[in-house]
Design a protein around this ligand. Structure first.
Ligand code: IPE
Ligand code: IPE
Ligand code: MG
Length: 246
């Protein structure tokens, strides 16, 4: 196996990268608290990490990066924290629009945009529309996303097709069902990374994660570096994936 790495870097086989990496960007609040800062400072630092890691994924040739930015459950947080997160997302998207021609990343949003603040919803729509022409690296941003919500919506779409007489229940198989998800048409993630140390899925990509390799690190998202990503990729490359076989 040809390994390419600088001395101090974790060795990764860049010829055998996963096509699709997903990240639960967690630990922002605890990171801030440990530094005597408000939780929102952790979210701001996390946004910077996202910029660094997304660029790096693009540069090394990861085709799809899916990040969990805000869950359907995160509305339970204090209103000030929710609005600070929405503000940071707005700022991020404004910058992404500005840098789009240089960065050449395609952005796609997974989640129900309807409950978002108008301005943010419009920015998400614009970012997705204007970046659709890029085909190198696709970054899927999960915003007001829930895995269960996604599955229920897919079931509704199919039920509606049946009710109209356009489909029959027995027409439904896994492939067709996958097509109704936000992620329709893109391969399942081979690797899901969770910084922040929690060992749970928190309603992320429930359908798509069926056979994903899971990598948890105690490093919080604001501290997560390219080297931490290389560690995750190297761990993934050391796994034996059996998919139920032997
Ligand atoms: C993840 O960090 C960001 C969002 C959920 C929006 P947290 O805010 O959950 O950080 P911790 O888990 O409380 O440290
Ligand atoms: C998952 O993190 C959601 C995002 C990172 C956006 P949470 O912090 O919301 O997850 P729990 O509450 O610890 O399960
Ligand atoms: Mg958290």
């Amino acid at each position: 196996m040809p390994l390419f790495a600088k001395k101090e870097e974790t060795a990764v086989d860049y010829g055998q990268l996963p096509q699709h990496v997903a990240i639960i960007m967690d630990g922002n609040g605890r990171w801030a608290k440990a530094r005597g800062l408000p939780r929102t400072a952790g979210h701001a630092a996390g946004a910077e990490t996202f910029r660094t890691i997304a660029t790096y994924c693009r540069d090394i040739g990861i085709r799809y990066l899916t990040v969990y930015a805000f869950s359907t459950e995160n509305w339970k947080r204090p209103a000030e924290e929710v609005s600070a997160i929405m503000g940071l997302l707005k700022k991020y998207l404004l910058e992404a629009i500005e840098d789009m021609e240089k960065e050449k990343v395609r952005f796609v949003f997974f989640g129900d945009m309807a409950p978002l603040p108008d301005e943010l919803r419009e920015l998400a729509r614009r970012t997705q529309r204007d970046s659709a022409k890029f085909d190198g690296c696709q970054v899927n941003i999960c915003l007001n996303y829930g895995g269960r919500d996604e599955i229920v919506r897919a079931a509704r779409t199919f039920a509606a097709a049946c009710a109209m007489g356009a489909a029959k229940p027995e027409d439904l198989d896994e492939e067709r069902f996958s097509g109704y998800l936000w992620s329709g048409g893109i391969p399942d993630p081979e690797l899901i990374i969770r910084p922040g140390g929690e060992k749970r899925i928190s309603n992320f990509l429930l359908w798509q994660s069926a056979y994903a390799e899971f990598y948890v690190t105690d490093v919080s998202w604001p501290d997560f570096t390219k080297e931490d990503l290389r560690k995750a990729l190297a761990a993934y490359q050391g796994r034996q994936r059996r998919f139920g076989g032997i």
